[in-house]
Design a protein around this ligand. Structure first.
Ligand SMILES: Nc1ncnc2c1ncn2[C@@H]1O[C@H](COP(=O)(O)OP(=O)(O)OP(=O)(O)O)[C@@H](O)[C@H]1O
Length: 429
């Protein structure tokens, strides 16, 4: 039974190992160059000039949000001391499907920051009106503004063959001060995991956005170790066995040097010790916690997906699994063809190719799939290539537990021949 005294915990400040906690600058490790670049790009704001736009790119968990967040926070404070208002309008594009929704999200973010009504309905009015409301709020409340668009590459929009939504948004926002729609100074910082993001941008958007690049490489095990050392005070002084931090860092370094994963594992090991009533976190807690994370990740992922995302993932895994070719990477055009075949068989709705690619790319944030962009050679255009980090067949089995896909699973041979016919066609084109 619960009692008043409660169990002693290995943590004294668990917040420090929560991924969304904003940390002080002295806890930031190994990002001096990036900090310096972002500071130098944004400095003109303090001198009354317009800063350049920026593209912050690099793999997940490498500090992009952290660095831009830390620098803009300082600028807010410095501006405040001069009686000026610097607006930081930060949105994550991952859950947003259309340009219209993105603009609405921007209006909402500003309205909340300045304590005003949103002032436009979410649906039933034009995107233009939403832009107008956005500019109105900004002009009334900020002297200068930065838009931070996280996971920008996932804002693709819905219409096939149309300019992607991210391209339109970047175009509009980055020219809003030239057209005097925003009276103060404006800059746009786009954050992405995709190193070749700019290749997909429309020429018009490219020239108005025209960003300065800041690259965020993976952390190595030493840097991860230092990041964790700097948060050691999340735990009671004597609560960590010596090998815990190096082991957590080593596990995280294996999965692409992602600091978020390191912090999650660090916290997970502590939680496990607490659950068991152990006073000290040991290597065993770390190993078990890592196993739990691996198991949970794919299970939770599949459970939480919408049917459309399940079908997209299933079709992609089917290509990887049934491919007779060496290597199990999946070219997105082939994955999409198989996705179309599966949706036809199921008589389910069919999304556009862009949406299919967006869904599969989203899965890379869970570390189950890695993505890279490929060229088909001269004039052949670009496509994404997906590679599963684990076993694609296990993934298919998980998804089939969703009853609607059982019918497909029973036609394994047919599925396999569809996959290989599509792969053949793709490679011969
Ligand atoms: N250099 C660092 N020093 C200390 N902590 C860090 C560092 N880099 C990242 N972290 C921590 O790791 C977590 C993930 O970092 P962040 O959100 O900035 O990554 P990101 O590059 O924006 O990733 P994503 O592309 O997934 O959004 C955060 O909790 C952050 O505090």
């Amino acid at each position: 039974m619960l009692d008043d005294e409660g169990e002693a915990s290995v943590f004294v400040n668990r917040d420090l190992v929560e991924p969304d906690t904003i940390i002080d600058e002295e806890r930031i490790v190994g990002r001096d160059d990036q900090l310096e670049s972002v500071v130098s790009f944004l400095k003109p704001t303090l001198q009354g000039n317009r800063p350049p736009n920026m593209l912050l790119y690099g793999p997940a968990g490498t500090g992009k949000s952290l660095i831009i967040g830390a620098v803009t926070q300082q600028i807010i404070e410095l501006c405040q001391s001069k009686g000026e208002r610097f607006g930081v309008v930060d949105i994550n594009c991952q859950p947003i499907n259309t340009l219209d929704q993105a603009v609405y999200e921007l209006v909402q973010t500003v309205a909340q920051d300045v304590g005003r009504e949103v002032g436009v309905p979410e649906t039933g009015v034009s995107t233009k009106r939403k832009y107008r409301r956005l500019y109105e709020l900004i002009n009334e409340h900020y002297n200068s503004v930065i838009f931070i668009l996280d996971e920008i590459d996932l804002l693709v929009g819905r219409r096939e063959n149309d300019e992607p939504a991210y391209s339109k948004l970047l175009y509009q926002l980055s020219r809003a001060s030239n057209t005097n729609e925003i009276e103060g100074r404006v800059s746009v910082a786009a954050l992405t995991n995709d190193p070749k993001f700019m290749e997909d941008i429309d020429g018009r958007a490219e020239s108005s956005f025209n960003p300065r690049d800041v690259y965020f490489p993976d952390y190595d095990a030493n840097q991860l170790r230092e990041i964790l050392e700097n948060r050691r005070d999340a735990f009671r002084q004597d609560a960590l066995e010596d090998d815990v931090i190096p082991l957590v860092a080593a596990f995280a370094a294996q999965s692409h040097g992602d600091a978020r994963k390191a912090i999650d594992l660090f916290r997970g090991a502590g939680d496990l010790a607490d659950e068991r009533g152990d006073e000290v976190v040991t290597e065993d807690h770390v190993r078990e916690s890592q196993e739990e994370i691996d198991k949970d990740r794919s299970l939770k992922l599949v459970e939480g997906l919408t049917t459309q995302k399940k079908i997209s993932l299933y079709a992609t895994a089917a290509v990887a699994h049934h491919s007779n070719r060496t290597g199990s990477s999946v070219p997105s055009p082939v994955g999409f063809k198989v996705y179309q075949w599966v949706t036809n068989e199921l008589d389910a709705d069919q999304m556009t190719r862009e949406t299919y690619v967006k869904y599969v790319k989203e899965l890379s944030t869970y570390g189950l799939i890695s993505t890279s962009r490929k060229s088909r050679g001269r004039g052949g255009g670009m496509y994404m290539e997906f590679t599963f980090t684990g076993d694609p067949e296990a993934m298919m089995t998980r998804i089939v537990d969703d009853t609607r896909l059982e019918g497909i699973a029973q036609q394994e041979e047919l599925l396999s021949s569809v996959v290989n016919a599509q792969l053949k066609e793709f490679h011969e084109e």
